[in-house]
Every structure is written in structure tokens, then in C-alpha cells.
Design a protein around this ligand. Structure first.
Ligand code: DP6
Length: 348
């Protein structure tokens, strides 16, 4: 008999960034962070997990088929996730001996993204969140999304936020074992249904430093980083308030300042890390000009560890924003013409 479960997990884009680890093995962060979960119809990872006693004879190792390519599940991060999930299943099996001993069977995972992995969008977050959710479903684990976020965090820090929808905080926690470093729902998507995200894909491919490596170097070498760690707790409070009160003006201001502070810290790293390029700066200038012309805040921007721009705006402003962005960016070298979404698309 083959046991099987399938699931999808969405991408999340941080408006308060996770950058820096106090424990690189457990992925415990130096500051709390907050993200908006994007709509699953646009950007998501689909994962199927299966296990069977017959797999033992065929392929005794756990395996992962990622976008059609066979990958071993031997990285310490994957091993940590599988070990924690198996331990929870084995607890269930010991209290209920009639359950099949799934925890002892090899696992086979098949995972695919519905967006180009090469576009440099946050794929590890959706990837590890889907892996954890699929295996938790396969094992019929009773744990809540917040409890499962502790496991996803060990796969990739930002993945812990993709187990919940809407506006999600990752509280840094203070315990050494990380048991209080997990995701928390700030507000469901339905709280602020007018919020939209638009991703501008910078077509100029550039090789960038991985988040994992980049943040380690920042922690070691950047003086600005220490200031940032002190400033983020206040920013978290302000951001949660802006979301609670659906105050787009405040949300937008904190989001752009936070993105710029994060990239300044990257630049202050030795050797410096450049995630934004000239194309990215063009998007920033366009958004600043659009807000100026409107005489109010129509849109805000944020960039992760790459040149792509994520714009947040409210549904009612789509026509104005789209027209002005077309004028500002279309035909300019560096931007791929097609955007990943339109107004009806990338809701959050
Ligand atoms: C800039 O979660 O990819 O996107 O924990 O080492 O896997 P690891 O790092 P990762 O870092 C994400 C960094 C970021 C900001 C964010 O998502 O908060």
C-alpha cells in the first residue's frame, strides 16, 4: 500500500526583513520579521509526499523530485525537517499501536513551482512550507500551523511564515532551543482584502549571493547591522499597528524604509552585497514619481535578496498605477515586459 498526501504552499514577501541569525543551525533570527502571503493562484509550490513499506526494497533513501529533477534529501536542513516530522509521527504511533508505522518508511516527495525558479523569487520559503505541510498531512499530525512553523523554520527561516495566510509575523523568540521562534497570524487576508501585490521581474539575470551566506557575512562585518537590530522591534510594532488599522500610508512608509535599510546593510557588508541593480533603482524612482504626481501614497516597494521589485498597492488604484508604470518602465531596458500579475491576479 502507498500512502500519499498533496498540498500547496504560497510565497510570502517580507515587509520587515529577516536578515541575520543568532543560531545558524536552528535558523534562529536576530530580529523578528513580518510578511504578506501572496495568492496561491499566482505563486506557489505544489508538493506530493508518499511513503510505503515497499519503497524500502526499491529506494531505501528518502528522495525528492524537484521540478522533475531527482535531488537527494541529504542537506542538514532537509534532514532536520524530516527528523522532526518523523518524531511527531512516531509519538502518534506509540500512543496508538493500530496505526501503520509510516515513520519507518522511506519518503518520496515530488515538488514543483508554478513560477520560474530562475526568476529569483522566494522559492525556498514556499518549498519548505509545502514539504512540511505535505508530510504533516501524510502523517495525519494534529499540530497547528504555528507548531509546524517551528519545523519549516529549520528548512529555511522565511518558510515558517508561509504556513499561514494573510499578514504573518515571525517572532524571533529568546530561547536557545528555538521553541518560541515561530510564525504568528497578525491578520487574515480578509482583514484587508483591498491589498494587492505586483511583481516586476528584472530580466537582467545577475548572479547574487545566497541569503544564507549573505546574512552571515553581514552579521560578522556590518556596523549598520547592529543599529538595524536595535531599530527593528519598534518598526515591527508600527507595522502591526498599520495593518490592524488598515493604514496604507503608514504601511507603505515602513515597507519602503525597511527595504532601503536592509539593502543599505547589505552594502555596508564587507565585501559589499549588491542585490538591487540599476533596473531596480528605476522601479524605485518610478514609484516615488507616481506617488508625487498623485499627491498621496499610491504604491510602495520592497526588494528581497535579488533585483526583482514587489509593489504593494490598493485595488482601487490599479488603473492609475498600471498606466503610470507602463509610461515609466515599458520599453526601458532591463525589465521584462510581461508582469507576473494584473489587478485581478496577485491578491494577498
Ligand atoms: C531577504 O529564509 O532564504 O528574503 O533561513 O538561510 O534559508 P535561510 O534564509 P531565507 O532568507 C530570506 C531573506 C529575505 C528576507 C525575508 O524573507 O524576511
Amino acid at each position: 500500500k502507498i500512502y500519499r498526501a498533496s498540498t500547496t504552499a504560497p510565497v510570502n514577501i517580507a515587509v520587515i526583513k529577516y536578515w541575520g541569525k543568532r543560531d545558524p543551525t536552528l535558523n534562529l533570527p536576530t530580529n523578528s520579521s513580518l510578511s504578506v502571503t501572496l495568492s496561491q493562484s499566482d505563486l506557489r509550490t505544489h508538493t506530493t509526499a508518499s511513503c510505503s513499506s515497499t519503497y524500502r526494497k526499491e529506494t531505501p533513501e528518502d528522495s525528492l523530485l524537484l521540478n522533475g529533477k531527482l535531488e537527494p534529501l541529504t542537506t542538514p536542513r532537509s534532514i532536520a525537517c524530516l527528523r522532526s516530522l518523523r518524531a511527531l509521527r512516531s509519538e502518534l504511533e506509540s500512543t496508538n499501536p493500530s496505526l501503520p508505522k509510516l515513520s519507518t518508511y522511506p519518503l518520496r516527495l515530488a515538488s514543483s513551482n508554478n513560477f520560474p525558479t530562475a526568476a529569483g523569487l522566494a522559492s525556498s520559503a514556499a518549498g519548505f512550507a509545502a514539504l512540511v505541510r505535505a508530510i504533516a498531512d501524510l502523517y495525519e499530525l494534529p499540530q497547528s500551523p504555528t507548531e509546524l512553523s517551528l519545523i519549516a523554520r529549520q528548512g529555511s527561516g522565511s518558510a515558517c511564515r508561509s504556513l499561514l495566510g494573510g499578514y504573518v509575523a515571525w517572532d524571533k523568540g529568546s530561547r536557545d532551543d528555538g521553541t518560541d521562534s515561530c510564525a504568528r497570524l497578525v491578520a487574515p487576508k480578509s482583514h484587508w482584502p483591498e491589498m494587492r501585490a505586483l511583481i516586476l521581474v528584472a530580466s537582467a539575470e545577475q548572479k547574487s549571493v545566497s541569503s544564507t551566506a549573505g546574512m552571515q557575512t553581514t552579521v560578522k562585518t556590518s556596523g549598520l547591522f547592529r543599529q538595524r537590530v536595535e531599530a527593528v522591534p519598534q518598526r515591527m510594532l508600527e507595522m502591526e499597528k498599520a495593518i490592524r488599522e488598515k493604514d496604507f500610508e503608514a504601511f507603505a512608509e515602513i515597507t519602503r524604509k525597511e527595504s532601503n535599510s536592509f539593502h543599505a546593510t547589505c552594502l555596508d557588508t564587507d565585501p559589499p552585497i549588491f542585490y538591487m541593480n540599476e533596473t531596480s533603482k528605476m522601479a524605485i524612482r518610478a514609484v516615488e514619481a507616481i506617488n508625487k504626481e498623485a499627491g498621496r501614497t499610491v504604491a510602495t516597494y520592497t526588494f528581497d535578496a535579488g533585483p526583482n521589485c514587489v509593489i504593494y498597492y490598493l485595488e482601487k488604484d490599479w488603473d492609475f498605477l498600471a498606466a503610470k508604470l507602463d509610461l515609466a518602465l515599458d520599453g526601458k531596458e532591463g525589465w521584462s515586459k510581461e508582469r507576473t500579475s494584473d489587478a485581478g491576479g496577485l491578491g494577498v
